[in-house]
Ligand binder design. Sequence first.
Ligand SMILES: [Zn+2]
Length: 310
Amino acid sequence: MNYSPLNDPEFKEFREQSRKEAAKKRRRKALIGLSSVALVAITCFALLTLSFAEIAPSIPSIPNILAALFEKNETTNTEAPSPSSPEESEALPSSPEQEASPSEIVVNPNAPIICIDAGHGFTNSTGALDVGAGEDSEFYKKSLELTGTGLYEADLNLMIALKVRDLLVKKGYQVIMTREDYVYQHLSINQRALNVRNSEADLVVSIHGNSASPSAYGARVFYYNNGEHATASLALANAVAKAIDANDASLTKANVYEDTFAMLTLVKKPSILVETCFLTNTEDSLQALTEEWQNNMAKAIVDGIVAADL
Ligand SMILES: [Zn+2]
């Protein structure tokens, strides 16, 4: 089985950021116990009297605290995989998406503009990262067990969303992404939907992973059966569900359901929400960890968009 997250340098970066954010939260909590005077004293003492090389092994928490204090400057990722590392370059999969040269991609001005929303991945109102289905999901447990890296729903949503984006761009569509990474700022789901409403997008596909009892499995497609876009949304939902089946991207027949998710009701555009699989189900989770399935799901979503011809 090909566990794509291990082969994806972009993904490793996401995980690193996620880990840093979690570590930062822990350090913040730990710092509450310290007085600021003590912290300044320790920091000054460390900076003025000792080199980092000397203190790091004996007091590892101090560089970490300093890193947390200056973390706002962290946009330049100094830990990106080095291209000279043979381990990294060997691990890279030969991605067909990367083989198309930019000159081959031609934007079709008549094609609709598609908004792809990778579910979750922003911070919530308390400042914590909203990862969607988290560490109690089968998906997280299986990914941790099999790859050494625990994956969240937000990771899977993004991996699929990026594949969908690339396929659409190759077909000449203009694509608007609500995120292409984790976003460490709070944007409520309503505001996220309103931003999509105000965007140029002609239709919206929100990508998620489902959670329920362990026995539930397979993909489901949701639309909002109300308002002026109900008919178009249903057509899109039916086309994507059909394409999911045709691309063998669900362990059971993909059915269409009505719902009132904010990303459906507030955007005021033809829109669907795809629950690509159940992250609480073992078989679904194992399948979702394969690049083959992720490619099939991404292709299905794109095939459905094309077939709906909105
Ligand atoms: Zn979700």
